[in-house]
Design a protein around this ligand. Structure first.
Ligand code: C2E
Ligand code: CA
Ligand code: CA
Ligand code: CA
Length: 275
C-alpha cells in the first residue's frame, strides 16, 4: 500500500503546483490514454459466505500514466464524468471484462463480473442500448454496481433503464449503501438483487458502537426486500466473524484479496481452498 500511497502523492503534488493545468491535462489525455492501452483493470473477488465460494468479482479501473505513474479511479473518474468521457471509458471496461471473462470460462469458472456504472450513464439512452447490445451479443455474465444517489437524480428514467438492464440478464447491485442519498421509496422499485453496504460502516465494525447497529439493520432491511447483502471493506477476521453472525450474504475486502490483475485472479481462483 505504501507504493500506492507514493504514487498517489505524485499526482497530488502536481495538482498542488498547477491544479487547473493538471486537471485539464489529465482530461485532455484521457481519450488517447484509453486508445493507447494505458487503462487496465484489477479484479476483486466477492465471496458468498454460506456457500463458501467466490461467486462474483468486481472490476476496478486504473490508469498507468506514462509520466504520473499509477492513477487510481478516485483521481480521474470525476474528470471523465465532467468531460463526458465516462461512456467511452465504460465501453472500454465492458469489452475488457468480456474478454477477461472468456479466460475465466476457459478455466472452468462461472462468475458474474460487476462493473461500476456512473450515475450519468443511467440517463444516457445511447449507452443503455449499446451496453445491452454488447452484453447480449457476448453472452457474458455481467453485473452493474450503481449508487442510489444516481437513481435519485432522475428516478423515472433511471428505474426504467435499470429494468432494461435487468431484462437482458444484467445483475444489478446497489453500491455504497448508506454513504449518499438514500430513499426507501426508490429502493423498493429497483430491480436489484444485491445491496452493498458502504465500507465506511464495515471498516470500523468491531471498534465502533453505532456501525454494528447500522450494518445489522441494513442486512435486515435488505433481506426484507429479498435482496442479498454484500459488505465491502472487510479487512479483519473479527469483522468477518461478526458479519457472518449477522447473516451477511457476501463479503469483499482485503481480508480475502486486494484487487489484482486478471492473471493473478485466475491463479487465485485455481489456488484457493474455497472451491
Ligand atoms: P467502489 O465501487 O466503492 O469500490 C470499492 C473501493 O474500495 C475500491 O477502491 C477498492 O479497491 C477498495 N477496497 C476494496 N476492499 C477494501 C478493503 O478491504 N479496505 C479498504 N480500505 N478499501 C477496499 P478503488 O479501486 O480505488 O476505486 C474507487 C472508486 O472508483 C470505486 O469505489 C468506484 O466508485 C470507482 N470506480 C472504479 N472503477 C470504476 C469504473 O470502471 N467506472 C466507474 N464509473 N467508477 C469506477
Ligand atoms: Ca463498486
Ligand atoms: Ca462501494
Ligand atoms: Ca465508493
Amino acid at each position: 500500500d505504501q507504493a500506492r500511497a507514493e504514487q498517489r502523492i505524485v499526482v497530488r503534488d502536481l495538482s498542488i503546483g498547477t491544479p487547473m493545468l493538471d486537471r485539464l491535462t489529465l482530461t485532455r489525455e484521457l481519450p488517447a490514454a484509453i486508445a493507447n492501452g494505458e487503462m487496465f483493470l484489477q479484479y476483486q473477488p466477492k465471496v458468498h459466505v454460506r456457500r463458501q465460494e467466490i461467486n462474483s468479482a468486481e472490476a476496478l479501473v486504473r490508469w498507468q500514466h506514462p509520466r504520473h505513474g499509477l492513477i487510481m479511479p478516485g483521481d480521474f473518474i470525476t474528470l471523465a464524468e465532467e468531460a463526458r468521457q465516462i461512456a467511452d471509458l465504460t465501453y472500454w471496461t465492458l469489452n475488457q471484462v468480456i474478454a477477461d471473462q472468456r479466460l475465466l470460462s476457459a478455466d472452468g469458472r462461472d462468475l458474474t463480473i460487476f462493473i461500476n456504472i456512473s450515475g450519468q450513464l443511467l440517463g444516457d439512452a445511447r449507452f443503455v442500448e449499446e451496453a445491452c447490445r454488447t452484453i447480449t451479443t457476448s453472452g457474458a455474465k455481467i453485473g452493474f454496481e450503481i449508487t442510489e444517489t444516481a437513481v435519485i437524480r432522475d428516478p423515472q428514467s433511471a428505474i426504467a433503464n435499470l429494468r432494461r438492464f435487468a431484462d437482458v440478464g444484467i445483475a444489478i447491485a446497489i453500491d455504497d449503501y448508506g454513504a449518499g442519498l438514500s430513499s426507501l421509496a426508490y429502493l423498493k422499485q429497483l430491480p436489484a438483487r444485491e445491496l452493498k453496504i458502504d465500507k465506511m460502516f464495515v471498516l470500523q465494525l468491531t471498534s465502533s458502537n453505532r456501525d454494528p447497529l447500522i450494518v445489522r439493520s441494513t442486512i435486515d432491511l435488505a433481506h426484507a426486500l429479498d435482496m442479498e447483502v454484500t459488505a465491502e471493506g472487510v479487512e479483519t477476521q473479527a469483522a468477518m466473524a461478526l458479519l457472518t453472525v449477522m447473516g451477511c450474504d457476501i463479503v469483499q475486502g482485503y481480508l480475502i484479496s486486494r484487487p489484482i490483475s486478471i492473471d493473478a485472479f485466475r491463479a487465485f481462483m485455481n489456488d484457493q481452498k474455497l472451491q
